[in-house]
Ligand binder design. Structure first.
Ligand code: KIV
Length: 279
């Protein structure tokens, strides 16, 4: 049985911190699931860390669904959340419903996430009314990067902080079961977490949130272009991968790979027959 939204809500009530991580492929999802994390997000960060786009904006529904299916196949206990990509929920409520449903029906996800507060509250309500759990996402919302003027902290002024509090309330009222708070001041994240009953999942927003999320490539040290200041690297996979690949390269060039250990032989009599046929 997979983790449910009521278990996630209860975790907040019990003060039990919630860990969420992104995953984009079957193998990584299996590892995250087997470690026991309750929430796995197929983030549209896929576009940047896997597909090499400069922002999350070019990421398409088809790309998201492909990777969501892989993550769903790799998980047994975690709730899989599909991140609705840019413009998949903005134009009409019908679009939002159809695309949210695709994550569940075709992607095998159990929930969806979308960016925005008051401006998307009605769409969140419609999706939830159709029986699809939704996580909101406010603060630094990367799909609006051009509007925000870059990847920078949000909610630092009084007006912006008040707006974010209203956004969080609107998402809660619309039926979201959790909200991602991205790169907002720690004090504001704590106030929001205390003001709403649903869990807040922070990224770059301090320890006062009810849970935390990281992009798995940042955690593993597998990000090449950009490592955000809020990310903690628990490993340096780029270095490990680079030296393993360099060693392989050298061994192929020098003939020390493969050895007998990695080789297979055919029966001597078949070999003799083969040679005879070739003469
Ligand atoms: O796309 C993503 O990975 C995200 C997380 C950073 C919350 O939205």
């Amino acid at each position: 049985m997979r983790v449910t939204i009521s278990q996630i809500r209860q975790m907040k009530q019990k003060g039990d911190k919630i860990a969420m991580l992104t995953a984009y492929d079957y193998t990584t999802a299996r590892i995250v699931d087997e470690v026991g994390l309750p929430l796995v997000l197929v983030g549209d960060s896929l576009g940047m860390v896997i597909l090499g786009y400069e922002t999350t904006i070019p990421t398409t529904m088809e790309e998201m669904l492909n990777h969501t299916r892989a993550v769903a196949r790799g998980t047994k206990q975690a709730m899989v959340i599909g991140d609705m990509p840019f413009m998949s929920y903005h134009i009409t409520t019908q679009d939002a419903l159809r695309n949210a449903a695709r994550f569940i029906q075709e992607g095998g996800a159990q929930a969806v996430k979308l960016e925005g507060g008051l401006n998307v509250a009605e769409k969140v309500r419609s999706i939830v009314n159709c029986g699809i759990p939704v996580i909101g996402h406010i603060g630094l919302v990367p799909q609006s990067i051009h509007q925000l003027g870059g990847f920078k902290a949000q909610g630092k002024t009084l007006d912006k902080a008040m707006e974010l509090i209203k956004d969080a309330k609107a998402l809660e009222d619309a039926g979201a079961f959790a909200i991602v708070l991205e790169t907002i001041p720690v004090q504001l994240a704590k106030i929001i977490s205390q003001k709403i009953a649903i869990p807040t999942i922070g990224i770059g927003s301090g320890a006062g949130c009810d849970g935390q999320v990281l992009v798995i490539n940042d955690l593993l040290g597998l990000s090449i272009n950009f490592i955000p200041g809020h990310a903690k690297q628990y490993a340096k996979l780029v270095d490990i991968m680079s030296s393993a690949i360099a060693e392989y390269y050298t061994e192929v060039k020098t003939g020390s790979f493969p050895t007998e250990k990695q080789s297979f032989h055919m029966n001597e009599s078949i070999l003799a027959e083969l040679k005879q046929k070739l003469t």
